[in-house]
Write a protein that binds this ligand. Structure first.
Ligand code: NA7
Length: 545
C-alpha cells in the first residue's frame, strides 16, 4: 500500500442498480481495477432500505424495471407480477450480484468519510469509516436519487416514546402493527403504498396529510407464462423501443384531444382508468403534461373517481388534489382511496389542522390530540442531490460540493461537475434519473462514462473536467425542456420543494431518449464542453476541446 492506500482505476460509491452495473461494466467489459463501497449490509441501494409493507416498483415494471445488458439474465429470471414487490426486486439484485461475481469487489457496511481530488496526481482519494484509504483515477458516484431521508422536525418529535420508522430506513425484521394505533405522516408513494397494508393489521391508522395526491389504480396482477415468454422472444425489439420511447417499450396513442367530444374523451379516460397503471397519463391524449386545460380535465376526472370511491364526503373533500395532474410524482396504488372506507382509518388534513407538537404518546394538532403507539414517517427524501451532498466530495482547491452547490446544483450532462475532474455521477441532478427506467438509464450512462474513460486512456489524458460555460448551457437546456411542461409549477421533490431551504430547481432531464442522444452528440463532438489534461508529470497543463 502506498501513502494513498490501495490503488484502483475506479472507485464506485453505491451498490444499488447503478453501482452494481458500473462495477460489472468497468471491471468485466473494460478490464479496469475497480472497488465498490456501500454503507448498507448488502446490495440493492434503495431496495435494501425501503422495506416498508406494500413497497413495489411504482411504474409499469416487470420485466422492464430490470437490467437489459444480459439476455441470459432476461431469460432466466422469473418475474411473477406486473408491479414487482420490493422483496422481489431485492432478490433479483442479489441474484445478479452472485451471477456476475460482483460481491468480491464490493465492500459493505462501509461509509465514505472523505473523498478528495488531488490535482497533482489527477486522482481521487477516499477514506472510509473503517479507517482505510483508497485511491483511483476515477470516482463513480452511484449514490442514489432517493437515499437521504427527509426527517420532519416538529417540536417534541424526538421525545416521542413509541416506535418510530421512516419508510426509507425500514427495519429488516417484520414490524407488527397488531393492536396498535399508528400515525402515518406523508402521502407520497411510500405512504400510499404502505397505508392500506398497515390498516389491514393495525387497531387504528391516522394519516397526516400535507398535500392530497393524484394516485391511479395499479391493477397489479400475476404475469402469465405466455406474457413472460413473449417478452423474452421480443426482447431485442422491446429494448430498442425502451431506448427511444422514454424508458418504456409501450406504443402510445398520439390522439389529439380536439378531435374528440368531451363525452368521447371521458369514455377514453374511463377505459384507461380501468386498464390501470400509468395509461391515463401516457395513453390518453397528447399534451396532458403541457396543456393546462387538458391537464385540468384529466385531473378533474381523477378527482371524480376519488369522490366515487371514498364514501365519507368530508374525507373525500380532504383528499382532492389541487395541483396540476402528474406534476408531482404520479402514484400507482393498490386500494389506497378504498382504505378510507375502513372504520379504523382517519385522515387529518394538515393544511386545516396543522401539527403543533409531539408528546411522548401523541400527535397534538391545532384542533385535537391523536394518541399513537407507532409513528411511520413516509416523508420522502432529499431527492437526487441529497446523496451527493452527503458524500460531499472535495474537488479542485479542496472546494466541498456543499459550497459549490449552495444555491444551484450545477452540473454538465447530469453526470459531471465543473471543479470535480474525473468524477462521474449516475442519476445525478440534470440527468433523466427518475424520469427514465432507472436500470436501463444507469446502463446507458455507464456505457457513456466507460467510453469516455477508454478514449482518455487511448489519448493519454489524465483528467477530464466540465467547463462552467457547459454547465450554464446544460442548466438552460434542461430548464427549457421542463418549462415547456407544467412540471415546474408544482411543489414537488422534482423541484426540491419538499425539503425546507432546498434551492428550487428542476432536478431532472424530462426526455430520456433525447438525453442519451445528447450524450452521444457531445462525445462525437470531441467531448464538447469538457477540458482534458494530459497525464501529469507534476505540472498542470490544460487542453481545451
Ligand atoms: P415523497 O413522494 O416525497 O412523499 C413524501 C410525503 O411526505 C409527501 O406527502 C409530503 O408532502 C410529506 N411530507 C414531507 N415532509 C413533511 C412534513 N414535514 N410534514 C408533513 N408531511 C410531510 O416520498 P416517498 O417516499 O413517498 O416517495 C419517494 C419516491 O420513491 C417516489 O416518488 C417514487 O419514485 C419512489 P408534500 O407532498 O411534500 O406536501
Amino acid at each position: 500500500m502506498s501513502d494513498n492506500g490501495e490503488q484502483y482505476d475506479a472507485l464506485i460509491i453505491g451498490a444499488g442498480f447503478g453501482g452494481m452495473y458500473a462495477l460489472h461494466h468497468l471491471r468485466d467489459q473494460m478490464g479496469l481495477e475497480v472497488r465498490a463501497f456501500d454503507g448498507a449490509g448488502g446490495v440493492g441501494g434503495t431496495w435494501w432500505y425501503n422495506r416498508y409493507p406494500g413497497a413495489r416498483v411504482d411504474a409499469p415494471s416487470s420485466p422492464f424495471y430490470a437490467y437489459t445488458f444480459s439476455k441470459e439474465l432476461v431469460d432466466e429470471w422469473e418475474w411473477t407480477e406486473t408491479q414487482t414487490p420490493g422483496p422481489s426486486v431485492l432478490a433479483y439484485l442479489e441474484h445478479v450480484a452472485e451471477r456476475f461475481d460482483l460481491l468480491k469487489d464490493i465492500q459493505f457496511d462501509t461509509w465514505i468519510s472523505d473523498a478528495r481530488y488531488d490535482e497533482a496526481t489527477q486522482r481521487w482519494t477516499i477514506e472510509t469509516d473503517q479507517g482505510e484509504t483508497h485511491s483511483a483515477q476515477f470516482l463513480i458516484c452511484a449514490t442514489g436519487a432517493l437515499f437521504v431521508a427527509n426527517m420532519p422536525d416538529y417540536p417534541g418529535i424526538a421525545d416521542f416514546a413509541g416506535e418510530c420508522y421512516h419508510t426509507g430506513r425500514w427495519p429488516h425484521e417484520k414490524v407488527s402493527f397488531e393492536g396498535k394505533r399508528v400515525g402515518v405522516i406523508g402521502t407520497g408513494s411510500s405512504g400510499i403504498q404502505s397505508i392500506p397494508e398497515i390498516a389491514k393489521e393495525a387497531d387504528h391508522v391516522t394519516v397526516f396529510q400535507r398535500t392530497p395526491q393524484f394516485s391511479l389504480p395499479a391493477r397489479n396482477r400475476r404475469l402469465t407464462r405466455e406474457e413472460l415468454e413473449k417478452y423474452r422472444e421480443d426482447w431485442e425489439d422491446l429494448r430498442a423501443s425502451m431506448c427511444h420511447r422514454g424508458g418504456w417499450p409501450f406504443k402510445t396513442h398520439r390522439r389529439k384531444a380536439s378531435d374528440y367530444t368531451p363525452e368521447e374523451r371521458h369514455a377514453i379516460y374511463e377505459e384507461l382508468w380501468e386498464e390501470g397503471g400509468i395509461n391515463l397519463s401516457i395513453n390518453s391524449f397528447v399534451g396532458v403534461m403541457t396543456d393546462k386545460e387538458l391537464n385540468e380535465e384529466v385531473g378533474e376526472f381523477v378527482r371524480g373517481k376519488i369522490r366515487e370511491i371514498v364514501r365519507d364526503p368530508e374525507t373525500a373533500r380532504k383528499l382532492m388534489p389541487d395541483y396540476y395532474y402528474g406534476t408531482k410524482r404520479l402514484i400507482l396504488d393498490n386500494g389506497y382511496f378504498e382504505t378510507y372506507n375502513r372504520d379504523n382509518v382517519s385522515l387529518v388534513d394538515l393544511r386545516e389542522d396543522s401539527i403543533v407538537e409531539f408528546t411522548p404518546d401523541a400527535v397534538r394538532t391545532k384542533h385535537g390530540e391523536h394518541p399513537i403507539d407507532v409513528l411511520v414517517l413516509a416523508t420522502g427524501f432529499d431527492a437526487v442531490s441529497g446523496s451527493m451532498l452527503k458524500l460531499n466530495p472535495k474537488g479542485r482547491g479542496g472546494v466541498r460540493l456543499e459550497e459549490k452547490w449552495g444555491e444551484r446544483f450545477d452540473n454538465y450532462l447530469g453526470t459531471t461537475i465543473s471543479g470535480y475532474p474525473n468524477l462521474f455521477m449516475i442519476h445525478g441532478p440534470g440527468s433523466p434519473g427518475v424520469f427514465f427506467t432507472m436500470p436501463l438509464g444507469g446502463e446507458r450512462t455507464t456505457a457513456w462514462i466507460a467510453d469516455c474513460i477508454r478514449q482518455m486512456r487511448e489519448k493519454d489524458f489524465g483528467a477530464i473536467e466540465a467547463t462552467e460555460d457547459a454547465e450554464a448551457g446544460w442548466d438552460r437546456e434542461i430548464n427549457a425542456i421542463a418549462d415547456r411542461t407544467l412540471f415546474p409549477l408544482a411543489n414537488s421533490w422534482y423541484m426540491g420543494a419538499n425539503v425546507p431551504g432546498k434551492p428550487r430547481q428542476f432536478l431532472g432531464h424530462l426526455s430520456g431518449s433525447q438525453y442519451f442522444d445528447r450524450l452521444s452528440e457531445v462525445a462525437e463532438a470531441d467531448y464538447e464542453g469538457f477540458t482534458f489534461e494530459p497525464v501529469h508529470d507534476g505540472e498542470t497543463s490544460t487542453e481545451a476541446t
